[in-house]
Ligand binder design. Structure first.
Ligand SMILES: [Zn+2]
Length: 156
């Protein structure tokens, strides 16, 4: 028995001490939470549930299929890398919800709103450009890499 006790003590001595300190909230974390809240506040109430189900299928009782383009846009907004208007036009969100292949690869040249396209493929379906003018401000819509310095996007 003593031998077993010694062996356990020896094993325990090799286990690193548990981290008992409460994780500190960084200012950056609260900014992410604020952007998360701002994003959902900007979604129309009629679409809020569907957007939540699409972004967080594992937390939903009605999980939707993955919407990678919507997830990418949401994560960029949460990270402070993409603009979020105070009200996201429902027609923009409808594209992301109805077309799982939609990607936030266009951007309004005036306000910076990221807008969806459906990428085309060589020898396959052509690219679908859903918006030629910004549904928020009426600005010209362009391939978002054209802004170059904006959001640290690379130039093409
Ligand atoms: Zn705009």
């Amino acid at each position: 028995m003593n031998n077993l006790r010694n062996r356990l003590a020896n094993l325990e001595s090799k286990i690193p001490a548990r981290v008992t300190a409460k994780p500190q909230t960084e200012p950056a974390d609260s900014q992410v939470v604020a952007r998360f809240d701002a994003f959902f506040s900007a979604v129309s109430p009629q679409q809020e549930r569907k957007v939540f189900d699409a972004l967080f299928p594992f937390a939903s009782d009605k999980p939707d299929m993955p919407h990678h383009g919507l997830s990418l846009w949401f994560l960029e907004v949460a990270a402070g890398k993409a603009f979020c208007p105070s009200r996201i036009p429902p027609e923009v969100m409808t594209i992301y919800l109805d077309d799982p292949a939609a990607q936030p690869r266009n951007e309004c040249a005036a306000c910076g709103l990221r807008l969806p396209i459906r990428p085309g493929r060589q020898g396959g379906p052509a690219m679908v450009n859903y918006f030629s003018t910004c549904p928020v401000c009426g600005g010209k819509v362009q391939w978002y890499y054209e802004h170059g310095n904006r959001h640290n996007a690379r130039k093409v």
